[in-house]
Design a protein around this ligand. Structure first.
Ligand code: DI6
Ligand code: FE
Length: 420
């Protein structure tokens, strides 16, 4: 647990660096104000952690010399966390998009061998180095908008070797760009062509071969599934979750995206980190998530690109106190954009979140969705010093104004990394 005295010794501040006169949007739920605002406060870092959060006239601030950054009333938020992406892939799906614009449904394209399986063909054909090179600009775009932590899924390899290749590439991209990564095995994304009609045999391969090797080589923290009419059934996902948990991996699911398959209840029953998409979530599913404390990850980009009409039950999630995260779902098919700010904007405009909920969804709740609530997602003493200094007069501007990013500094683990 966090020592309350960290960063101060008597009346003097023990820290490496100090930011003063900031509007700290802490998102700390114990701070009563909107955004968890500490107006005009100072934030000190020591090493990779937040050492102190102090009011303007705190005596500890008096003797601290350098380096001090005067924020002159600018806003500071926690670093952004994109808790659901598929940002490593090969090829392009622009032609799928063209087809969808003429009215051919996503499910129909998938049945014809397009969709996810066309990205699988392209991804299998690429080397790990080529995948890293292709993914780099996407992660850079996220980082330039303030992302300090990203989740990256596999799921376009669908053989043991190709899934491992994707996960290794994900680790390398994150290192290169200077972003923390949480990797997820999504081998149960689609039934690969060589297993057509034998989905249960493929699930056995995932459980008996892929999960053990991924756990052994520490290539992922969690296992995800696509629980859907065009992908895997609840009993198949159940087997995968059991295998994941027996190897010490967390679980989560793409659920109720295109139909209601009772996937949210499945994820909740297994104590999953998050249930994602949720357009077709019903009352029973909302209650299951609430009871389990599972995060609802909203992905309005996929809703937008698929021209869906069914929206997730945001009012019910809010009323039941289900934490709501917001993420890009960055992928070549249903959500081809690398902007967490746009995802937050869509969450407000399309789903009716408040800007405060959207920002909490890309910080505090996203940290929770990645099992990182203890160390990230808010500005609190003892947590990782991942934060963003903004040239805005109100935090809603971060979500409202797109096209240019008013980000002054992106601090990761107490350091301002070189511009990416
Ligand atoms: N749901 C999605 O929106 C993405 N995966 C999933 O299970 C789509 C991935 C793709 O179409 O390539
Ligand atoms: Fe997804």
């Amino acid at each position: 647990m966090i020592a309350p005295h960290i960063g101060t010794r008597g009346m003097s501040l023990v820290a490496d660096a100090l930011w003063i006169d900031a509007k700290l949007a802490t998102f700390d739920p114990r701070v009563g104000a909107a955004f968890g605002l500490r107006d005009g406060w100072a934030l000190a870092t020591q090493g990779e952690r937040i050492a102190a959060i102090l009011p303007p006239n705190a005596p500890e601030l008096r003797d601290f010399r350098e380096p001090v950054t005067d924020c002159a009333g600018k806003w500071i938020t926690p670093g952004f966390i994109d808790c659901h992406t598929h940002l490593v892939w090969g090829g392009s799906r622009a032609s799928d998009w063209e087809l969808r614009l003429t009215g051919v449904p996503y499910t129909e394209i998938a049945k014809r061998g397009g969709g996810i399986l066309s990205t699988v063909r392209a991804t299998r054909a690429m080397s790990e180095d080529e995948l890293v090179a292709a993914a780099m600009p996407r992660l850079r775009a996220l980082a330039r908008e303030g992302v300090t932590c990203v989740e990256i899924k596999s799921g376009y390899g669908l053989t043991t070797a190709d899934e491992l290749k994707m996960l290794r590439a994900a680790g390398r991209v994150a290192d290169e760009v200077g972003v923390e990564v949480s990797r997820t095995l999504l081998a149960a994304h689609s039934v690969p062509p060589e297993f057509a009609g034998r989905a249960d045999d493929y699930v056995s391969l995932v459980c008996d071969e892929m999960i053990p090797v991924v756990a052994r080589e520490k290539l992922a923290e969690a296992v995800d599934v696509f629980c859907e009419s065009i992908a895997f059934t609840v009993p198949q996902c159940e087997r995968i979750f059991a295998a994941a948990k027996s190897h010490g991996l967390a679980v989560k699911g793409h659920v109720e995206q295109l139909t209601n398959s009772n996937g949210a209840e499945l994820v909740a029953r297994h104590g999953g980190w998050s249930a994602d998409h949720l357009e077709y979530l019903d009352e029973v599913g909302v209650q299951a998530l609430a009871k389990a404390g599972t995060v609802a990850v909203l992905l309005p980009g996929a809703y937008y690109f698929l021209r869906e009409n069914q929206k997730p039950p945001v009012g019910a999630l809010r009323d039941m106190g289900v934490p709501m995260a917001v993420a890009t779902d960055l992928n070549p098919g249903t959500s081809p954009f690398a902007s967490l700010r746009l995802a937050m904007n869509m969450a407000c405009v399309l789903y009716g979140l408040t800007p405060e909920e959207a920002l909490a969804g890309a910080t505090r709740e996203a940290a929770r969705a990645l099992g990182r609530a203890e160390r990230g997602g808010t500005l609190e003493v003892g947590k990782q010093a991942d934060f963003l200094v903004w040239d805005v007069t109100h935090p809603a501007e971060i979500v409202c104004q797109l096209g240019h990013t008013p980000l002054i500094d992106r601090v990761r683990r107490g350091k301002v990394p070189p511009v990416v």
